[in-house]
Design a binder for this molecule. Structure first.
Ligand code: SAH
Length: 217
């Protein structure tokens, strides 16, 4: 798969749009400028790939809106070599943005078909990411504790197992709320049993659901 001159130009414009919407973390903007989002969608949708909108992918899911990816990634405050766990691989786009920032990325998806597709996309682009097919409510304890955990689906509450897999000083970024609207929630683990919560605006995600779906035939 290849990037293109046209896509690069559209990407630069998208980055300026994100900047005008208040995204100021240069490392995040730089990563978004580098990841070829059109290659995470059906290539026929190039015209939609660099508009600031969510877009349908397979298994009835969506690739997150670039603004949402930028907000969540900014809240994580990723540093090089950080260990980051993502719940909800989807297209793999958010995982690629994290990898582009130098993070060691572990990502979990509950749809088998998406899990397989994202691996193909990311390995063909040369990203080195660990993929898991499973239920993100469980987290992935054996690779933790994590500097950051990012949930990219709407959680009805805060999954307790994820809190326990954060390092002291680690950050959980999770859209929490009902199906119609969620509040972007940042929880920083300040001590063994000490957590500090702040909120960062309203968003709409597809739901975080329990269990796995084996839809690969
Ligand atoms: N980060 C993705 C966004 C995908 S949408 C991207 O950049 O494209 C959210 C994804 O979360 C969907 O693929 C959905 O199947 C997945 N998901 C929902 N609940 C989950 C769970 N409990 N465990 C793992 N993945 C889950």
């Amino acid at each position: 798969m290849t990037d293109s001159f046209e896509a690069k130009g559209k990407r630069r414009k998208l980055v300026e749009e994100l900047r005008s919407k208040g995204i100021s973390d240069e490392d995040v903007l730089n990563a978004i400028n580098k990841v070829p989002r059109h290659l995470f969608m059906d290539p026929a949708f190039l015209i939609h790939a660099y508009t600031d909108k969510a877009f349908p992918i397979s298994s009835g899911q969506t690739i997150s809106q670039p603004y949402t990816v930028a907000v969540q990634t900014s809240l994580l405050r990723v540093k090089k070599r950080d260990r980051i766990l993502e719940i909800g691989t989807g297209s793999g786009y958010q995982a690629a943005v994290l990898a582009e920032m130098g993070a060691r990325v572990y990502t979990i998806e509950r749809f088998r078909d998406l899990y397989i597709k994202a691996q193909h996309t990311l390995s063909s682009l040369g990203y080195n990411i660990e993929f898991f097919y499973g239920d993100g409510y469980e987290g992935k304890e054996q690779y933790g504790p994590y500097d950051g955990i990012i949930v990219t689906a709407a959680a009805p509450g805060i999954p307790q197992k994820l809190l326990g897999q954060l390092k002291i000083g680690g950050r959980l970024v999770i859209p929490a709320g009902n199906q119609d609207s969620q509040v972007m929630t940042l929880i920083v683990r300040n001590g063994e049993a000490e957590y500090e919560t702040t909120t960062h605006g309203n968003f709409v995600f597809v739901p975080m659901l329990k269990g796995t779906v084996n839809d690969k035939n």
